[in-house]
Write a protein that binds this ligand. Structure first.
Ligand SMILES: [Zn+2]
Length: 420
């Protein structure tokens, strides 16, 4: 029977470290000596890289109160954090995958595991304060209070400070699991990082991704192999490509861009098409949730009430609805950016293929289905031209990340791709 770590693809070292920590955590509970749990600079400071290497020698190789899971998108940061949360709540202390602690954690219903998934572009301070407060309470299941913060790089500065306070003086049974792309100061403040133990995840190899798609999701091996390569190590993306015809269609449209760039007009058309496709994809993903949320809030606020006090209640309700609209708008913006970024990653893969072919590098192409087209590009542009085009795509991603208006960044990129 696969345990909770089974879906962490190609991360053997991280899994071994988390298993050790889970065992140590269980031992702490058995000893009833929560005070022995170490945290803070003495254990979590710069020595983190060594901790993993030295194994059981360092006391910090046991249990720690605050963790950061880092790795490229799709490497399984949140999968790792959830699996570890389950192992902490596992009645056997191993993450067996079968006991109520494991099952409820993995199902998202464990009373002592709180999952924060930022919906907008950042996690705000009020949300964080409320979370920290609840995390300080005694675990109802008698084990640990676990807080998982996905995309901790999207914390606002104030929210980060609220979190830092909790990590600096952790309640004895509380564990914070943060997920972020890296420990670069742009992603995680230096002070938070210095209080956390870091679990680096790597980009899983395509073979490992294909294996898990075939084993767990029952996807045909050849489809799994193709999707794993096309997704460039992003497990979730690979699964979507293998299963969702719409996702495949969107990818095909993106990969048709290079051969459509026949002039200035075509470049601007391609930019518009890319932006609009991202908007449509984002709208499809959030509209349903938006409508359901609004209906739920209106019901909770007793919309349509006529009794005494109803007018006052409605005035308060207007404020809450406005707040909800603000949150939904921010979520829509983020969904658009994420959709556009996926398209840019696909496009970068195409030019990377052209570059490796021009160089005659013995590596497999990212997009096997457009390999012939990339080969033609390699002949026409040479390595230098392919590299310039790849850089144009990466520059576009960086510009959007730095808050340049997406349309402007994409138009500049398309012109650069056309001109070479
Ligand atoms: Zn279990």
């Amino acid at each position: 029977m696969p345990d909770v770590f089974a879906d962490l693809v190609g991360q053997d070292e991280a899994v071994a470290e988390l298993r050790r920590a889970a065992a140590a955590a269980a031992a702490v509970l058995r000893a009833g000596a929560a005070a022995l749990v170490t945290a803070g600079p003495a254990s979590g400071n710069e020595s983190t890289a060594d901790d993993a290497a030295t194994g059981g020698l360092d006391p910090a190789a046991g249990m720690t109160h605050a963790w950061i899971f880092t790795g490229p998108p799709g490497s399984g940061r949140s999968v790792a954090a959830r699996a570890f949360a389950a192992a902490l709540q596992c009645v056997h202390g191993t993450g067996c995958g079968e006991c109520p602690g494991c099952r409820t954690t993995m199902g998202g219903t464990h009373a002592d595991v709180r999952l924060v998934v930022p919906e907008g572009l950042s996690i705000g301070v009020s949300e964080m304060r409320a979370l920290v407060l609840r995390a300080a309470s005694t675990p109802s299941g008698g084990r640990w209070q676990v807080v998982v913060i996905e995309d901790a790089d999207r914390l606002t500065e104030a929210a980060g400070n609220a979190l830092l306070k909790a990590i600096e003086e952790p309640p004895p049974r509380t564990v914070f699991l943060l997920c972020a792309p890296s420990t670069h100061p742009d992603d995680i403040s230096v002070t938070i990082r210095s209080r956390c133990r870091v679990v680096p995840l790597r980009q899983p190899p395509a073979d490992a991704v294909a294996e898990v798609l075939a084993r767990r999701d029952g996807i045909a091996p050849d489809v799994a192999q193709w999707a794993a390569a096309a997704a460039q190590g992003h497990v979730g993306r690979a699964r979507r490509l293998a299963r969702d015809p719409e996702a495949r269609k969107r990818r095909e449209a993106v990969l048709a861009v290079p051969r459509r760039l026949t002039g200035i007009g075509a470049a601007f058309d391609a930019a518009s098409a890319l932006i609009e496709a991202a908007e449509a994809e984002a709208a499809a993903s959030v509209t349903e949730a938006d409508t359901a949320e609004r209906a739920a809030l209106e019901t909770a606020l007793g919309a349509g009430g006529t009794g005494r006090g109803a007018a006052g209640a409605m005035r308060g309700a207007a404020g809450q609805l406005k707040e909800l609209e603000k949150r939904q708008k921010s979520r829509a913006t983020r969904a658009q950016r994420d959709a556009l970024d996926r398209a840019l990653v696909d496009l970068a893969g195409f030019y990377r293929d052209a570059l490796t072919m021009a160089l005659g590098a013995p590596v497999a192409p990212v997009h096997t289905d457009t390999a012939a087209l990339a080969g033609a590009g390699a002949q026409k542009w040479d390595a230098e031209g392919a590299l310039r085009r790849l850089e144009a795509v990466l520059a576009c991603r960086a510009a959007i990340e730095a808050n340049v208006k997406p349309r402007i960044a994409v138009e500049a990129m398309m012109l650069a791709l056309w001109k070479g």
